[in-house]
Ligand binder design. Sequence first.
Ligand code: NDP
Length: 526
Amino acid sequence: MASEAFKLTYATMFNPPEELHTRFDQALTKVKANLGKEHGMIIDGKERFSTEKFEDRSPSNTDIVLGVFQKGTAQDAADAIAAARKAFPTWSHTPWQERVKLIRAAADLMDQRIFEMGAALAMEVGKNRTEALGDVAETADLFRYACLQMQKNKGFVTRMGRDPLVGYKATNISVLRPYGVWLVISPFNFPAALTGGPTGAALVTGNPVVIKPATDTPWTARLIAECLRDAGVPDGVFNYVTGPGSTLGQALIEHPDVCGVTFTGSYDVGMKIFRDFAKGKWVRPTILELGGKNPAIVSRHADLESAAVGIVRSAFGLQGQKCSACSRILVEAPVYDKLVSRLVELTEKLTIGDPIDRAVYMGPVVNRNSYRDFQNFCEEINQEGKILTGGKVLVEGAYAKGYFCAPTLAELPLRHRLWKHEMFVPISTLARVDSLAEAMQIANSVDYGLTAGFYGSRKETEWFFDQIEAGVTYANRPQGATTGAWPGFQPFGGWKGSGSSGKNAGGVHYVQLYMHEQIHTLITKT
Ligand code: NDP
């Protein structure tokens, strides 16, 4: 957010200045007055409409139609890829300084439009207002961070050493160059940052993109695309298509002219994309950012208040639908009862409702499938475990037309399958452990390795950082046990089944993933 004294991040968002609320409310009124409009796809700079459409409805009140979007076809996929391919020679040869200028201009537009975009995002995803504004602010910062990396590395043109020739002089230069048409497929939960982040990195490095957002969140992605368009990014350099992953998404993945993909979403879809994409003629870069089953470990030496606050924020922020959500809580026996009673107390204080309301912390889950998942998981937990709080959907009064679920903490035997399954709803499971070594063994025993949190003594934190198998790790953090990464501060990515590249977004090694290396050796006679 553009304010001198206040920088909005997921760690600072809890007590924003009053101005943030006033401006959000003004934007909300404006955005609400324009609901229900039809939005095209953007292919080669032109609006594209298809015969079949779909409605984007608010998960807080499914009577509200936010917008009508196009159900893109395989032909639209092919046209978008063709437009990007046509744009590649010019875009890849546009000086990187020029590309940086355009991407920075798009980031500036996001800053200017943050309240309108945040209001739309809050209604579309069911995200509370500060988290929604954070999603937009993060996108602008991801754009800027990618630009900064290009600048710091002088466009990734590096003079190398030379062989000691007699009678000749060699000049060896390493140049990183773009691949070509880049596909960005994004999930519903951070529709701005996870659409925009990879898009900004692909564009600034010289790759034209085709963006395919989640069917639950086409509107936010369209607003990102509009920032690119209005900043002056040329026609065909970015293309935005909407429609089902199973048809349109699949057609994009199977197209032979795609040179690289960044997919953020579930493990199952990501692995399918990985296998399908591998059927091409040669190996192409496949950046996968997948699910998580993120643990918080609490030592007997922990500051329990910090632990309780951090865990509740990470378990239930965005209704547990963050890839970084804290879904496993492992507590040393001597402090278990005390911590658990505080966790339950804080959880029961969370305000649940329409997330555009300033007092609300938790909104609805995103759609009917997630709502059903929540109910099924609760039923399953009830059979073998014990629900300490929550465990039910909310259906009365203001909750009647949305997908509202009570934040749920549950004890569950450690052999239960849900200890290893990403539920992606507001449910966290707890277990008492006899030692930190036992907690670590459990923490690392899943296929995922995205984020992890720890609360304990200084010496223990060093051990935690050394032992944990995860890409983003936090110690003694009340702002969030496992959530709240920010570009440039906590670059974000996962190990094992949580990610493929081993390099984190918003970090120093990220934009390089979007380029391949070429060595220029020039010999001159001396
Ligand atoms: P999904 O995997 O269901 O969908 C992600 C995207 O893939 C959507 O745009 C979807 O389209 C598309 N898609 C689905 N099938 C195909 C296909 N066959 N070919 C091409 N595209 C396809 O994920 P969700 O949207 O439900 O997001 C939640 C998941 O994302 C969680 O597992 C979460 O952990 C993970 N995630 C990971 C992050 C990370 O950084 N590691 C960050 C955020 C989320 P459609 O919507 O039309 O089905």
